[in-house]
Write a protein that binds this ligand. Structure first.
Ligand code: 6PG
Length: 247
């Protein structure tokens, strides 16, 4: 059963390299096409976006109008190897004249307080409550950002945009955008690649009756237009989802 709502779009690429190149083209196109003085870009964590960041860093866009921020972050020091912000800075943000707003971290700071402070920064950047473009990945358990199955952030109050979230399976605190903020975006861009994601992507896009709803599906159906850029390997189990193939 595929009930991908009308404002969702699935595009399948032969491999992750072409997915990454297409993602970079889409992001640059939206930055350039935006009529606004500022463009809000939410950066995804994890490894999938890395090649997209590299392509963006080598390309050209009006980065001076971009306010970049993180759709989620690990609760680690800024220079920690696990930091999403560190990865985005090293692959892209250090090389372009965008504004990059990262959550605070300090040994004496509580994750919840850091999330609340970051949320205030996001409210300053988004007076209308809507990010222009948010990049997201998806884990093989169907999590997105740091909205993991069975965790408290899935039920964050609607007025919250960014919260801390303890993830028992990782025994770690995370900071994450909430469904409320993600679903309000103008455009959400999922990047999903590799065979390890195929089962979860099928369950997210083509949930069988009675199957658990995986977190990534919760981003669909809000005000955001949602585009899924996936490679053939991740799309291998999709049978009913309308999709376009791209080369
Ligand atoms: C994180 C991410 C997370 C990520 C998925 C996919 O902090 O880990 O934001 O949501 O997008 O886990 O990760 P990969 O791209 O590494 O498969």
């Amino acid at each position: 059963m595929s009930v991908v709502p009308p404002n969702s779009d699935v595009i399948v690429y032969p491999d992750s390299q072409r997915l990454s190149s297409a993602a970079a083209d889409l992001i640059v196109g939206e930055i350039e096409a935006s009529p606004k003085d500022r463009f809000s870009l939410g950066l995804a964590g994890g490894s999938t976006p890395a090649d997209t960041y590299r392509v963006l860093a080598d390309g050209d866009a009006d980065w001076r109008k971009v306010d970049a921020w993180l759709s989620d972050e690990r609760w680690v020091p800024h220079d920690h190897e696990d930091s999403n912000g560190r990865l985005a800075a090293r692959l892209l943000m250090d090389d372009v004249p965008a504004t990059f707003v990262r959550p605070r971290w300090a040994p004496w700071l509580y994750a919840a307080d850091a999330a609340a402070h970051y949320e205030a920064e996001l409210r300053r950047l988004h007076p209308d409550g809507r990010a222009d473009l948010i990049m997201l990945g998806m884990g093989d358990d169907g999590h997105t950002a740091s909205l993991f199955p069975g965790t408290a952030a899935l039920d964050a109050p609607d007025h919250r945009w960014f919260v801390s979230n303890f993830v028992p399976n990782l025994d770690a605190d995370r900071l994450t955008a909430t469904y409320s903020f993600l679903r309000a975006a103008r455009h959400v861009l999922f990047l999903v690649a590799g065979p390890g994601k195929a089962a979860a992507l099928r369950q997210v896009l083509e949930p069988a009756d009675g199957e658990t709803t995986l977190p990534a599906r919760g981003v669909i159906g809000g005000d955001a237009r949602v585009t899924w850029l996936v490679d053939e390997a991740a799309a291998a189990e999709l049978v009913a989802t309308p999709s376009r193939r791209a080369d």
